[in-house]
Design a protein. Structure first.
Lengths: 254, 360
């Protein structure tokens, strides 16, 4: 595993990001850089500010202070769709799937492919199913495009949510607890999905509580506590014990 | 970008669902359709009058009188909402249509001169352009429905009020307006175009009642919209997981307003058709029809929790209700039993669906 840290331009740069909710300071002075093809683990206890940070990058919230630079230029998102437009995709913890629709329909939700029939534009079911099957293939997932999500396993659902990020040429994929609620075998699948993204030069931010997962796929780990960044280390320079100590505050900084 | 495939994807543990476990066959609609067919056979055996042409036409016409509104409310139900104002809406649209038609045909009323003139005998009123009055009055009725649907949609989607409470309020508001505008007396369509109106609403074509023809056309359009357009896809997504719909960039507010407008328009059109058949728009017309309409949708398989439903189910639900009503009449059962039986069927239909979903 080669860390891309030394080479190239960062895809995402956060400078002094802060977020206040009334009197509560949820984030303070976060500086961070993520490079193409790099998998960064974002760790921290509940309330450490991980989700707030992800939501700011994804366009759900606006930061109170600081600047976000994406692909070299400063960006300001008003809605999640804005972030998606520049190439930031998020796999939400609840995956944001509609159970009553098929896998293909979910992959293309909000970005349906249509064909013109005279003045009407109708859904192109065939094209969507074919593209979805291709994406599931790339992710090595046994998911049939025309099956209902209702009947699918956690791993298959995860694959759909990740396949969604591959529709456009996403350059940064953030995953919020992708392995929290699935079986051991499915965790393996998700981690290999993350490897596929990395191979394709996509930067991945993995938000997770699960130490083994972070150490299995990440190149770098960022630890947050009480809204501040406490550590930012290459994964081979640290240990699960050290990270645990940083998360709990047994060690102040590294 | 695409990787070379290291291995073809194999579905080792996923079998193909059997034909009766997927698609339309696995839906409540299929079960209710089956129940309907059984009922038709039973009715045919029980009563020699049931399958006569006259009775079938009667049944077809009667269920068409609630089925168009049911199509509309099905849209709302699929998004996970509800519209209780359909009954009042039917009445209000019918009344506006009828009043505008009468007003435009009465010399001396504002605007009437544009549409009519008096014939040489000084009494007969002649339309300047036959059909124009009818067109304008139906447009007025539907326009009213459009505005009410817009208000419903705005309150629910933008202000975030509960659909149940909003449309319950609207039920009362619109019904009240029916009494206000007609002073409680109702209205009768009149004037030179009234005969066209009656022909369009209660005539028939090759033996098919006109309302039934409108119903079939609208149901086909609805099927295409729901299953083959982006809008339809978004309607289902909204009912399946509203949060997911928001996060994936679906214009949730616009879709919600649109389904309420569609629902109100369908109810309005339904009211106008009923008015043309009745020959009047009494102020208490279609009172409590919202219950029949919602019941028909639910019996036909639309899920009040959202995400499931379609035009076939809506129609099957309406046919089932009407066949039962018709059957009770033919069997000379006291007609007061009808409402009780409708309630029993609603619960049965939902129960069968629950049992079925546990079995699979």
């Amino acid at each position: 595993m080669v860390t891309a840290t030394a080479t190239g331009q960062p895809i995402l740069e956060l400078a002094n990001i802060g977020k206040d909710f009334g009197a509560i300071r949820a984030l303070h002075g976060i500086d961070m850089r993520v490079f193409p093809g790099e998998v960064v683990g974002l760790m921290g206890d509940n309330g450490a500010g991980k989700s707030t940070l992800v939501k700011i990058i994804a366009g759900n919230f606006r930061q109170s202070h600081g600047e976000i630079r994406f692909g070299g230029s400063a960006v300001q998102f008003h809605r999640p769709v804005d972030a998606r437009a520049v190439g930031i995709e998020v796999v939400y913890q609840d995956l944001a799937l509609a159970d009553n629709l098929t896998a293909a329909a979910n992959v293309f939700l909000g970005r349906e492919i249509t064909r013109k029939f005279g003045p009407f534009s109708l859904l192109d079911h065939k094209a969507m199913a074919a593209r979805a099957l291709e994406l599931f293939g790339e992710l090595r997932s046994e998911t049939r495009p025309h099956h209902l999500v209702k009947q699918m396993s956690g791993g298959q659902r995860q694959a759909i949510a990740i396949a969604r990020t591959r529709l456009s040429n996403a350059r940064l994929v953030m995953m919020d607890e992708p392995t929290a609620a699935i079986s051991v075998r499915q965790v393996e699948q998700v981690l290999s999905l993350i490897h596929r993204l990395k191979e394709q030069g996509v930067a991945v931010m993995l938000i997770s509580h699960r130490m083994p997962d972070v150490f299995a796929v990440c190149d770098r780990v960022v630890v947050m506590r009480r809204g501040e960044k406490k550590a930012d280390k290459p994964i081979h320079d640290t240990t699960p014990e050290e990270v645990t100590a940083l998360i709990t505050g047994a060690r102040e900084a590294a | 970008m695409a990787l070379p495939m290291e291995s073809t994807i194999s579905f080792t543990n996923i079998g193909k669902a059997r034909w009766w476990q997927r698609g339309i066959f696995a839906s409540q609609t299929a079960y209710v359709t089956l129940a309907l067919l059984v009922l038709l056979v039973v009715m045919h055996i029980a009563s020699p009058y049931f399958l006569t042409e006259g009775n079938i036409q009667n049944v077809a016409k009667n269920f068409s009188f609630i089925a168009i509104a049911t199509l509309g409310v099905t849209f709302v139900i699929i998004t996970g909402g509800i519209d209780l104002s359909v009954g009042s809406m039917m009445c209000f649209s019918a009344m506006i249509t009828s009043m505008v038609m009468t007003a435009l045909s009465t010399p001396g009323m504002p605007g009437a001169a544009l549409f009519t003139h008096t014939a040489a005998d000084g009494k007969t009123i002649v339309a300047n352009l036959p059909g124009l009055i009818l067109f304008v009055s139906i447009l007025a009725g539907l326009g009213t429905a459009f505005i009410v649907g817009l208000v419903n949609g705005f309150c629910i989607a933008v202000l975030g009020l509960s659909p149940f409470v909003t449309t319950l309020g609207m039920l009362s508001i619109v019904r009240g307006l029916c009494y206000v505008v007609s002073n409680g007396r109702g209205s009768f369509p009149g004037g030179p175009d009234a005969s066209y109106f009656y022909a369009l609403a209660s005539g028939d074509l090759y033996g098919l009642p006109a309302p039934f023809i409108y119903l079939v056309i609208l149901a086909l359009v609805m099927a295409v919209v729901l299953h083959h357009t982006t809008f339809g896809r978004h309607v289902f997504a909204l009912g399946g997981n509203e949060n997911a719909a928001k996060l994936t960039g679906i214009p949730v507010v616009r879709v919600k307003i649109a389904v309420h407008v569609i629902c109100a328009l369908a109810a309005g059109l339904q009211g106008i058709i009923i008015c043309g058949w009745l020959g009047s728009a009494p102020a208490n017309m279609a009172t409590s029809y919202e219950l029949n309409v919602i019941a028909a949708a639910v019996i036909g398989g639309a899920n009040l929790a959202g995400g499931i439903g379609g035009p076939l189910g809506a129609i099957v639900g309406c046919v089932l209700l009407e066949v039962i009503r018709n059957g009770l009449v033919l069997a000379q059962v006291n007609s007061y039993w009808q409402q009780t039986l409708v309630g029993v069927i609603i619960i049965l239909a939902v129960l069968v669906d629950r049992i079925r979903s546990r079995m699979i």
